[in-house]
Design a protein around this ligand. Structure first.
Ligand code: BDR
Ligand code: CA
Length: 358
């Protein structure tokens, strides 16, 4: 499959090119005001519900969002966790740890599905550590996960905030799939769903063709792409080119605050895991890009296509599939907005400045 990178084929959305401002002079002290902080014209801070499997890049995403919440650019209404990098309960405790470190202590964190819909559970301990956070010896969080299951929390928050909720999903999609089964009016209640997952013109990272968040529950992912709601998909094609390198890691390590030290420790561990794949020192902070695009969509270019998940392939189960032909076949599915290329410098500067602002 080929990502269209010339003229968009008929039926595709017009890509929204951004002009990277690579002229930002002093990378050591990035200006938090430089990258767009909130979508122009949006009167109120967007209400974000995270669904994640915390995880090192999920933790970096939470730090990024905590900075945006502190700056008044976003409201975090809840977090749900799901099996994926680690089990859902460990992910919830990790989420509470990270939020407490960032002094965000009034957000409900709900434990979600511990298993996929139709296969065995798989974790990604090699990439994130046995505890999901680089095997650091971290204290127990002060708060406990809420009693409500994550899928029920999605439905409740969507009903309490009709048309307002942006769901950012950076783990397996089991909770979202279950929420769709719980309430068939859910798609009409949600403003947008931003998913980190999938791979089109890029190899998979769990298997040759499948990206981890889709591979961990292909049936749930297909339910999410089949639903009639606005989905933005941030696949490996978009995240891999934004990998941070040794310079970025050094700038993070050079900052002396408890949050910067924590971020640096987990990112160095993550870079150890990533370096053989990237063939240079660095790491891909997938989930932070998805969260940033939820708040600052203009940092990326997109194409629009219906997306399906391969559910039966012997070698390709969990692969995301789109019709990339110049004349795609008619499809009853609502097109998904797929991120295909982003402003790497703006992403890296914005992420670093967010973490250093805490
Ligand atoms: C995704 O898989 C997980 O391991 C990461 O946290 C990210 O959400 C990347 O494929
Ligand atoms: Ca994740």
């Amino acid at each position: 499959m080929t990502l269209p990178n010339d003229a968009p084929p008929p039926g595709a959305a017009t890509p929204n090119p951004v002009t990277p401002d690579h002229a930002t002079a002093d990378r050591a002290t990035p200006d938090r005001a430089t990258p767009g902080r909130a979508t122009p014209g949006r009167a109120t801070a967007p209400k974000i519900l995270f669904d994640c499997d915390t995880g090192i890049d999920d933790a970096m995403m939470l730090l990024y969002l905590a900075a945006e919440v502190r700056a008044g650019n976003a409201e975090l209404v809840g977090v749900g966790t799901v099996h994926g990098n680690v089990d859902a309960r460990t992910g919830a405790l990790n989420t509470l740890r990270v939020l407490e470190l960032a002094k965000i202590d009034d957000v409900p964190v709900a434990v979600g599905a511990e298993r996929p819909m139709a296969q065995d559970v798989h974790y990604a301990l090699d990439w994130h550590g046995r505890n999901g956070l680089a095997d650091l010896d971290l204290p127990e969080p002060a708060a406990r996960p809420s009693a409500e299951p994550a899928a029920a929390q999605i439905v409740r928050l969507a009903r309490e905030n009709p048309g307002e909720l942006t769901i950012v999903a950076t783990g397996s999609l089991t909770n979202l799939g279950a929420a769709l089964l719980l309430d068939d009016e859910l798609p009409a209640l949600v403003r947008e769903v931003v998913v980190m997952g999938g791979a089109f013109d890029h190899p998979g990272n769990s298997t040759t063709h499948a990206e981890a968040n889709i591979y961990h529950d292909p049936e749930a992912a297909d339910l999410v792409f089949a639903a009639d709601w606005p989905v933005v998909l941030v696949p490996l094609d978009a995240t891999h080119p934004t990998a941070v390198g040794a310079d970025w890691l050094a700038r993070l390590a050079g900052h002396d605050s408890s949050i910067a030290r924590f971020a640096s420790q987990i990112m160095e561990w993550y870079a150890d895991a990533y370096t053989p794949t990237l063939r240079r020192r660095g790491a891909v902070v997938h989930d932070a890009l998805a969260a940033m695009l939820a708040l600052t969509p203009e940092l990326c270019e997109y194409v629009e296509r219906p997306v399906r998940v391969e559910l039966r392939g012997e070698l390709t189960r969990g692969m995301t599939v789109w019709d990339a032909r110049s004349l795609p076949a008619p499809d009853s599915r609502r097109p998904v907005r797929i991120a295909v290329g982003s402003d790497t410098a703006a992403f890296q500067d914005c992420l670093l400045s967010a973490v250093l602002s805490l």
